[in-house]
Design a protein. Structure first.
Length: 289
């Protein structure tokens, strides 16, 4: 049986570790807004539930690109558009460092290929801190006007404070930055946990906070609550296990047909994600500013 490459624990643990950091480093002050919360369920796969700030816009869920390739993402923004938090990035694939597999395919860094239902992107190895800076440079800078990158640093203390030290090469780091919106300087931070795997692969999971300086504590609290209240659905987990086995059986019986069906599901996921991103774009970077 083919193992699910993006384990459910890989999807959730970086969020739990981040919540610990937020609890320990950002004590609440009188300037932070009071938030109340309402239940929110993953509308894509029904994979999990959490609690989101009342009145905030929330999108995302667990995206199943293939029977053995699931990726989570949640975006939440305040009613006035000033604060935004993002957990995960469903467009990020499993990475593989350049080597024989990519060389045989004639692929260079940044290009992708697929093997039995898993999409890989060729990329040199990076730890959490390095990838957090790379993510800010390569993705957030394209969406946020006037972005300027600040300090990047390792945060092993996050895992240590939860008594779950980084093991087997896993790393955790963050990068701070500022950007402009409507003539005002905004603040942001991107945290990333990177986990290496066998065969030169590694996976990353980013979490992002965007807010004006006076709103960072409130936005951080919102992110922390989303993480702390996240509960995976056991029925969905059991279904994923069955689906992975069924997919393996289909591949063994008829590889071409299984791959064709998988590609159709992959395109559906991309369509959903792109449509959601289009909703957030004018909010994160209003036209004319």
């Amino acid at each position: 049986m083919i193992a699910i490459p993006f384990q459910i624990s890989h999807a959730v643990m970086p969020w739990i570790l981040l919540a610990t950091l937020l609890c320990s480093t950002l004590p609440r002050t009188a300037s932070a807004q009071q938030l109340s919360y309402v239940s929110w369920k993953d509308p894509v796969e029904g994979a999990f539930t959490t609690e989101a700030p009342r009145g905030w816009k929330v999108t995302g869920g667990m995206y199943q690109f293939a029977p053995i390739d699931v990726r989570p993402q949640i975006d939440a923004g305040s009613p006035d558009g000033a604060m935004h938090v993002q957990l995960g990035d469903a467009l990020l694939t499993t990475y593989v460092v350049p080597g024989p597999s990519s060389q045989v395919r004639g692929l260079h860094e940044g290009q992708t290929y697929e093997v039995n239902g898993v999409t890989y992107t060729v990329m040199h190895a990076m730890n959490g801190t390095q990838y957090s800076r790379f993510y800010v440079q390569s993705k957030l800078a394209k969406a946020l006007a006037g972005l300027k990158i600040g300090e990047s640093r390792d945060r092993p203390d996050i895992a240590q404070s939860l008594h779950q030290p980084l093991q087997n090469g896993a790393t955790l780091g963050g990068t701070e930055f500022t950007f402009a919106r409507a003539g005002k300087t905004m603040r942001g931070v991107c945290y990333v946990r990177a986990e290496p795997g066998m065969g030169g692969i590694f996976r990353v999971n980013p979490s992002v906070i965007l807010a004006p300086a006076e709103g960072m504590e409130t936005a951080t609290e919102a992110l922390q609550h989303l993480i702390n209240q996240l509960r995976l659905d056991p029925q969905w987990q059991a279904r994923m296990t069955r689906t992975a086995k069924e997919f393996t059986d289909r591949v063994l019986r008829n590889h071409d047909a299984a791959m064709a069906k998988m590609q159709a599901e992959y395109k559906k996921c991309l369509s959903r994600i792109n449509a959601t991103a289009a909703l957030w774009n004018p909010i994160l970077n209003p036209p004319g500013h």
